[in-house]
Design a protein. Structure first.
Length: 523
């Protein structure tokens, strides 16, 4: 895999629920070392779309990490295996009926690029010559756009834009079935980049705007991913949006030597001309923003008439860390308003954080941010508290004997989602859910001693999926402690070292029902 790392050394991804939907049913796949990238868009509404996307990501990664067979065969088999597992689950469980996903997957072997594609997500290749779409939309509108019958602008506004001909999971399929998986083979040179995205991006901003963002931020993949998602949200954010981006080591230099997007003019424009063009572009953006604000004002008026809470007019990103506007997370969240994202650069932060309603808290790089308690402080210490909707992703919480944390994360209220977090050390409880509604814990690792990994008191529609709870040291509680009447779902989790003390507060019948066909692994 040496060639993979040298040709494709820098990658980044970003996934966001958008400005309208409360759940994010998109998932990225971003494994540069294995040469596997992808975007998955769950279909089915609320939890079902998330479940389909989660199955697809897990199955695809498991298959592609086994380098058996030619790349096109590996890609076909991975997608077909995911399709059939999604279909079987929906057949066995009526609550998942109709769940599917669409996806675009890219595998890099040496410098050869193999793409597997089903649906209306997309893969683009970017070079100094411009942006080129490698995949075809499997949709009535996408086919007409690819055939030249519709312009890009017409396709973006078409009422049938969200219909698709192909999906992953609506029926049993063989990997070689016709009209199922589109395979595209290309190359990825050191001076090229690749962008994979869901339709939440391409339905909101056109290819020229996408290319402009990539050119402006070439050399900083995370900035490319962040700015593309922000642009989709600034344009309305009507859908979940996911971006996976990677560039070769010579791409940035190639972009600096390339003319700006647009008709070829022979020589490169002078800097004053470039500044003038950007000024004009900003004026167009201003008029677009004005139109959006008019729509937002109408929505606000309607919300007031209906007695609802008006959403934030614009989503802001408040950066935290060295050389960022905020040195402490608590200062950024104090400034944040509903709809904002607090984005934390890597480091250890000796503070506790209370996340406001409607605010997302995320690590710029999952696993790079750790919360700990300052030594010398007294009293019970809850590292992270959240009450109300939003996401918390990529945050680590470390408790030690010298600076013990009583509770790692405490969640109450509705629609708060914890993803890709890591809790370690002595704690009274790793995660506390108190009267939480529609909350989820996903891809999170809890390795604590002294108390339960997750303590749940009351609540409804709580989901714990793809997470690991491993007993550490002198644990005196079960992995899960449940009090009161709770509606809980467990799916594909790992429980280690708890013996018979896996669940506390539930009867044997309730435990059996909870674990029936949930594919959890206990050791």
């Amino acid at each position: 895999m040496t060639e993979v790392r040298s040709a494709w050394p820098t990658t980044a991804c970003r996934s966001d629920a958008g400005r309208v939907r409360t759940h994010n049913e998109d998932l990225p796949v971003c494994d540069a070392d294995a040469g596997v990238l992808g975007v998955i868009d769950g279909v089915g509404g609320q939890a079902a779309g998330e479940v389909a996307a989660g199955i697809a990501r897990r199955v695809i990664r498991e298959r592609l990490l086994r380098p058996l067979g030619a790349p096109p065969d590996r890609v076909r088999e991975a997608i077909a295996l995911a399709n059939n597992e999604i279909w079987k689950l929906s057949e066995d469980h009526p609550e998942y009926d109709g769940m599917t996903c669409v996806l675009t997957l890219a595998v890099l072997t040496d410098r050869r690029l193999t793409i597997g594609h089903v649906g209306d997500s997309r893969c683009y290749k970017v070079t100094a010559a411009g942006l080129r779409k490698l995949t075809h939309d499997h949709s009535p509108v996408g086919e007409r756009e690819d055939a030249g019958e519709l312009t890009e602008a017409q396709a973006m506004r078409h009422p049938r834009r969200n219909e698709v001909f192909r999906d992953v999971g609506s029926g049993h399929r063989d990997k070689d079935a016709g009209e199922f998986i589109e395979i595209v083979e290309d190359t990825l040179e050191s001076d090229a980049a690749i962008l994979l995205c869901t339709d939440g991006l391409t339905d909101m901003i056109d290819s020229a705007a996408i290319e402009r963002v990539i050119r402006d931020h070439a050399g900083d993949p995370q900035a490319v991913a962040d700015r593309l998602v922000a642009a989709a949200n600034d344009a309305g954010g009507k859908d979940n949006v996911t971006v996976v981006y990677a560039e070769g080591p010579a791409f940035s230099a190639a972009m600096r030597g390339a003319p700006p997007a647009g008709p070829a003019l022979g020589a490169r424009p002078s800097k004053p001309i470039v500044r003038g063009v950007r000024w004009i572009a900003r004026q167009h953006a201003t008029w677009l923003a004005a139109g959006i604000l008019i729509g937002v004002a109408a929505a606000l008026a309607l919300a007031v008439r209906l007695g609802g809470s008006p959403p934030s007019a614009t989503r802001r990103t408040l950066a935290v860390g060295e050389s960022a506007p905020f040195a402490r997370i608590m200062d950024a969240v104090a400034e944040a308003r509903p709809g904002d994202l607090v984005l934390v650069n890597g480091g250890t932060y000796a503070e506790r954080v209370s996340v406001p309603d409607g605010v997302d808290l995320m690590a710029r790089m999952p696993g790079s941010v750790t919360l700990r308690r300052p030594e010398g402080t007294s009293g019970d210490w809850v590292a992270l508290t959240a009450n109300g909707p939003g996401a918390i992703a990529g945050i680590g919480i470390a408790s030690t004997a010298a600076a013990p944390i009583a509770v790692g994360v405490r969640i109450s209220g509705a629609d708060r989602h914890l993803r890709s977090c890591d809790l370690d050390g002595p704690m009274r409880a790793g995660i506390e859910l108190i009267d939480a509604r529609g909350a989820s814990i996903e891809s999170t690792a809890v390795h604590i001693s002294g108390g339960p990994a997750v303590s749940i008191t009351g609540g409804t529609d709580i989901r714990i999926v793809h997470s690991a709870m491993v007993r550490g040291g002198a644990a005196t509680e079960a992995a899960l402690s449940v009090k009161g009447t709770v509606r809980l779902a467990l799916w594909r989790n790992v429980f280690g070292g708890y013996g018979n003390e896996l669940l506390r507060g539930l009867s044997a019948a309730e435990r059996d029902e909870l674990f029936a066909d949930a594919h959890n692994f206990v050791f």
